[in-house]
Design a protein around this ligand. Structure first.
Ligand SMILES: Cc1ncc(COP(=O)(O)O)c(C=O)c1O
Length: 349
């Protein structure tokens, strides 16, 4: 297949049926967003935000783009900005993984790190300060309507095209901005109204599950952390506020169930998907899958469940996902290596 540029490869990701981990009598599928060119679902919103700002005139040729993000949106924007020649400044908390910063810099972005203690809202405030001081274009993924819109017309439509005749009983997703959830939910409510829409959330950050209102500025932005938020290891999920983009799903009653997932459950299922299904997804993919497995164990036989996998395991090389996965040879591997006469390694690999 020939494409005129990398951006034409965004979207149309595959849905893959699980062969070994699904409970019997349940058809369990994952939608693998790591097939996007920046290896995450966020390529969709990055392209949508830039294209809609170009159309409206909010973004001028050569103007600097700025965004606060824990990583994947920065990488998605870096892909788009490199292709379309916009300088890019990304603000991210120091808690996000180091390889993400390096990938963005590899694509020419400037990456500003904020203290972990300031959380997601701290990075957001810093980005706003830079925008106000420099007149840059602020992507504002947490409030920008172009975010959910692209999921309504691409992700949601792809699901309807793939599952229209399979009677999808449950669709499961976590949330960062809520763009995936709100956009897909709009389409599924209209086209497949019997499908149950399930939101996954960290057990230590039950922002939606507890139902407390989020304090908000007049423009929809947030400067105060939500009282129910606590730190969790599921990067990309649930920052310390309920984004305006997700609020649409709360207000329009799109969320049929909230399933709570712990950090260890998320890591467990990310590892199981690698080992049992050959699917490399990040911790949040494992978290979403953990929620899907909880749904699957109580669902009726014959249920068809689709779970979103936002990104790839390769984005988590320095974090807890690979902790305890050995770099050096085990006794068995060592014994196998020594069976070749004259075999000599340079180091203690
Ligand atoms: C790593 C990662 N990226 C993106 C998303 C989805 O993000 P959004 O809600 O912003 O569409 C998630 C949520 O599950 C995620 O974990």
């Amino acid at each position: 297949m020939i494409y005129p540029n990398i951006l034409d490869t965004v979207g149309n990701t595959p849905c893959i049926q699980m062969q070994n981990v699904a409970p019997s009598g349940i058809d369990l599928y994952v939608k693998a967003e790591f097939f996007n060119p920046g290896s995450s679902v966020k390529d969709r919103l990055a392209l949508s935000i830039i294209e809609s700002a170009e159309k409206s005139g909010a973004l001028k040729p050569g103007q600097t783009v700025v965004e606060a993000t824990s990583g994947n949106t920065g990488i998605g924007l870096a892909v788009v900005c490199a292709t379309r020649n916009y300088p890019l400044v990304i603000v991210m908390p120091e808690s996000a993984s180091v390889e993400r910063r390096q990938l963005m810099r590899l694509m020419g972005a400037t990456v500003v790190i904020t203290p972990a203690a300031g959380k997601g809202s701290g990075a957001y405030r810093k980005a706003k300060e830079l925008v106000d001081a420099n007149g840059w274009f602020y992507a504002r993924q947490f409030e920008n309507s172009a975010n959910a819109d692209i999921h309504e017309i691409t992700t949601g439509k792809e699901i309807v095209d793939d599952f229209g005749d399979k009677k999808l009983t449950h669709w499961v997703s976590g949330y960062g901005t809520g763009g995936t959830f709100s956009g897909v939910a709009r389409t599924l409510r209209k086209e497949m109204p019997t499908t149950r829409l399930i939101l996954a959330e960290p057990d230590v950050a039950p922002l939606v599950a507890n139902g407390k209102k989020q304090a908000r500025e007049e423009d929809g932005s947030v400067s105060v952390s939500h009282p129910d938020w606590n730190p969790h290891p599921i990067q990309g999920w649930t920052t310390d506020f309920i984004p305006l983009v997700l609020q649409e799903s709360v207000d329009r009653h799109f969320i049929d169930d909230v399933v709570s997932v712990s950090g260890p459950e998320a890591i467990h299922w990310s590892r199981q998907l690698a080992r049992k299904e050959g699917v490399l997804t990040g911790i949040s993919g494992g978290g979403t899958f953990a929620a899907a497995m909880k749904v699957a164990t109580t669902a009726k036989k014959g249920s068809v469940i689709l779970c979103m996998l936002p990104d790839t395991a390769e984005r988590y090389l320095s974090g807890p996902l690979l902790e305890g996965i050995p770099e050096t040879m085990s006794a068995t591997e060592l014994a196998l290596s020594k069976s070749t006469p004259g075999y000599q390694l340079d180091s203690t690999s």
